[in-house]
Design a protein around this ligand. Structure first.
Ligand SMILES: [Fe+2]
Length: 281
């Protein structure tokens, strides 16, 4: 393993210390937290909806790790990232993160690190590797994977061909059937899938950004997006439209035979209120 790959890698010992139990993952995405706890997105208090999700996770079976897949702060503030990090560490599970279009990766790197929150972008656990990619483009809403990110993906997959792989990024690498969202997805998804096609051990790709549940199979690969922990976007909408669905998160199991099982869990916070008259975010 070359030095860069080694620095980027976190070797995780499974919570069960048992190499046949599924690896369990919680995906949290698009928390859109603000510097102030009172911050609202489309009329919804994002801190309170995240807290409701957090409480549900704390009351559920522990997972091996948490993946936070971008748009973690709406305003890129260190206060929002620090609050998120300490909330995540309160769960006593290792957490990893990647940036979305709303995030400031430099501020994240400084603020999202503590005893349980790690900046590594590759996790090895049992016979799986999880690769976290940065698809953010400065000052743009859409995503793009740089040649460095594509090289990193290829290097990780080449390094561990015997490990099954799950790849996470913020932007959707395929259309989800909503015209306005499909215009702000990953622009170079053909290059992304070209790298993946060279490595048959990739079993899953997951993302955030679209604030809705989506699942599709592409050959052996499962592709899915996960609802935001705050406000959702209406599936199938031509133009921007907030959805009626409750905040949510995803729980995944990576099995030792390379298969992936997952479910989306929706939670209704006590004072759930979305302003559907707002036409953008
Ligand atoms: Fe996003």
């Amino acid at each position: 393993m070359n030095l860069n790959l080694q620095n980027a890698t976190y070797q995780l010992t499974p919570a069960t210390a048992n190499n046949v139990s599924p690896v369990t993952i919680i995906q949290l995405t698009d928390t859109h937290l603000f510097k102030e706890k009172s911050g609202k997105l489309l009329g919804l208090n994002t801190h309170k909806s995240f807290q409701a999700i957090l409480e549900h996770i704390a009351g559920s079976a522990p997972a091996d790790l948490i993946l936070a897949t971008g748009d973690l702060a709406q305003d890129g503030s260190s206060d929002a990232y620090r609050r998120l990090s300490s909330a995540l560490s309160s769960l006593n599970m290792p957490s990893f993160w990647l940036p979305g279009n709303h995030d400031d990766p430099d501020v994240m790197a400084q603020s999202m690190i503590n005893k349980f929150v790690f900046s590594q972008k590759r996790i090895l656990i049992q016979n799986w590797q999880i690769i976290l990619l940065d698809s953010k483009v400065d000052n743009k809403v859409h995503g793009q994977l740089s040649s460095e990110q594509l090289d990193f993906l290829h290097a990780c997959l080449s390094d561990k061909p015997e490990h099954y792989a799950l790849v996470a990024l913020h932007h959707q690498p395929m259309n989800v059937g909503s015209k306005w969202l499909d215009g702000i997805g990953l622009k170079n998804s053909a290059e992304f899938f070209a790298v993946m096609a060279r490595h048959s051990q990739v079993k899953g790709v997951m993302w955030g950004h679209v604030h809705q549940e989506f699942e599709k199979n592409m050959g052996q690969v499962k592709l899915f997006s996960t609802p935001s922990t705050c406000v959702q976007f209406q599936p199938g909408s031509e133009d921007f439209e907030a959805g009626m669905q409750d905040p949510g998160y995803r729980r995944l199991q990576l099995l030792s035979d390379g298969s992936i099982e997952s479910e989306v869990i929706h939670i209704r916070p006590l004072d759930f209120k979305v302003d559907y008259s707002i036409r953008g975010y």
